[in-house]
Ligand binder design. Structure first.
Ligand code: FAD
Length: 407
């Protein structure tokens, strides 16, 4: 775009992460012209065998959404690692075992590097002539008016749109500019992430142990490697990041009670302080928040981006229904319907994660008694277990059209 010029686009999306890029593809498929603004142009060239630290467990609903947008097909099979079982146990060693065979599914989900998903979605955007990508580019200011919203860009150009989709992550500047507040909960935990190699492999299983300080997850990311998300206190996290590789492998092996066999290698380690946030509103005049801009949750159930994809799917359904009725795409009633559909689902998942984390990452003896009763019931009662699994697969509740399997 030229300096000091004003451009128009029916939809402006700020943030080209996984959720923003998926929103762009789905909205463009409704025949809308979409401009996506991303301030860090991603680099999609990396050695095939190099595994990034940021990975996500993608559930069935998200897989369907990516497939319906033509992105899943662009992902190499080796980059999407299926897990068929899940084993969850705690410091008392009481265990819940989930098996995809119990619900007639081939798997419970896939683990992928975030950049693999983002690359597939950016390639899918390139295939859609209705999408313009501005990157690197940032929004410096925005002004809503009754008819439209105007975004000031950092190159002095401006963009006028009927609908702003804020997909700019947990520290969303757009949320602040729109004057939308948020509630925040500090878990007093820090996640240590790394990739390890296992001598015996992972048995196509996602493993999670709840320790008193927080959950520790092993997520299969190649035939013999797992991505680790170890949530613990800030002090322990600092030590885990600073110790040498051999000492870290020993500590990890002890924490998981040696159940995965010898850990032969670890990559570099990084830390993320954990907090959850929830926007007080998902909408404003001519604007909607999606993904982490609207809510951030504890990573323990691997649901963050899955919820974000459901937001994108629900917003796309809302806009489609406004278009069918000949209404403006940022019709207030429509935006309210989007918020109603998503807030309850996101809040339920967020509060469940806070509750799980408190219940399991705790040495309090009353809570121990309570959770063991609950765990035993879940393990023994097939209906409760199936309900859990359907929820984790994203195949229960109000499912956006793009999150359903294509016919
Ligand atoms: C340790 C850890 C493990 C996790 N594991 C899982 C998991 O297994 N499964 C799962 O579903 N979720 C998981 N999550 C959560 C998941 O990573 C997030 O929910 C997801 O990345 C959010 O995607 P997003 O597109 O909404 O936001 P982001 O990924 O934060 O993307 C926002 C984008 O906006 C851009 N941006 C920001 N500000 C501006 C601006 N002003 N102008 C232009 N561009 C801007 C940024 O550069 C970025 O590209 C995990 C999170 C953590 C921390």
């Amino acid at each position: 775009m030229k300096k000091s010029s004003t451009h128009n686009s029916q939809v402006a999306i700020v943030g080209g992460g996984m959720v923003g890029a998926a929103s762009a593809c789905g909205l463009a498929d409704l025949g809308l012209d979409v401009t996506l603004i991303e301030h860090n142009r991603p680099d999609f060239d990396w050695p095939q065998d190099e595994i990034d630290l940021r990975v996500s467990a993608i559930n069935k609903a998200s897989q369907h959404l990516l497939g319906n947008l033509g992105a899943w097909q662009l992902i190499d099979d080796r980059d999407a690692v299926a897990y068929r079982e899940m084993r969850v146990w705690d410091s008392l060693s009481s265990e819940i075992h989930f098996d995809s065979a119990d619900i007639g599914e081939p798997d419970l989900g896939h683990i992928l590097q975030n950049r693999v998903i983002q690359r597939a979605l950016w390639q899918a955007m390139e295939k859609r002539p209705g999408i313009t990508v501005l990157s690197p580019c940032s929004v410096t200011d925005l002004q809503p008016s009754p008819e439209k919203i105007t975004l000031q860009l950092d190159d002095d150009a401006s963009l006028e749109s009927e609908l702003l989709v804020a997909a700019d992550g947990a520290r969303s500047r757009m949320r602040d500019e729109l004057g939308i507040g948020f509630s925040e909960f500090d878990f007093q935990q820090t996640a240590v992430v790394t990739t390890v190699r296992l001598a015996q492999g992972h048995a196509e299983t996602a493993w999670q142990r709840f320790l008193p300080e927080g959950p520790l997850a092993f997520l299969p990311i190649s035939t013999d490697q797992c991505s680790i998300v170890w949530s613990t206190t800030a002090d322990i996290a600092e030590k885990l990041v600073e110790m040498d590789d051999a000492a870290f492998c020993v500590a990890l092996n002890e924490a998981v009670e040696g159940r995965l066999g010898e850990i032969t290698e670890t990559s570099q380690r990084a830390r993320y302080p954990l907090r959850s946030i929830h926007a007080e509103s998902y909408i404003s005049s001519h604007a909607a928040l999606v993904g982490d801009a609207a809510h951030q949750i504890h990573p323990l159930a691997g649901q963050g981006v899955n919820l974000g994809f459901r937001d994108a799917g629900a917003l796309i359904d809302t806009v489609a229904s406004q278009l069918e009725r000949g209404r403006p795409i940022s019709n207030e009633q429509g935006l309210r319907a989007y918020e109603r559909t998503r807030r309850g689902d996101n809040l339920l998942m967020q509060k469940s994660m806070e509750g799980f984390n408190h219940l399991f990452s705790n040495d309090n003896s009353l809570l121990k008694l309570f959770r063991n009763g609950g765990q035993a019931a879940t393990q023994r009662l097939p209906l409760i277990k199936e309900g859990f699994m359907q929820h984790a697969l994203g195949t229960s509740g109000e499912i956006p059209s793009l999150c359903k399997k294509a016919m």
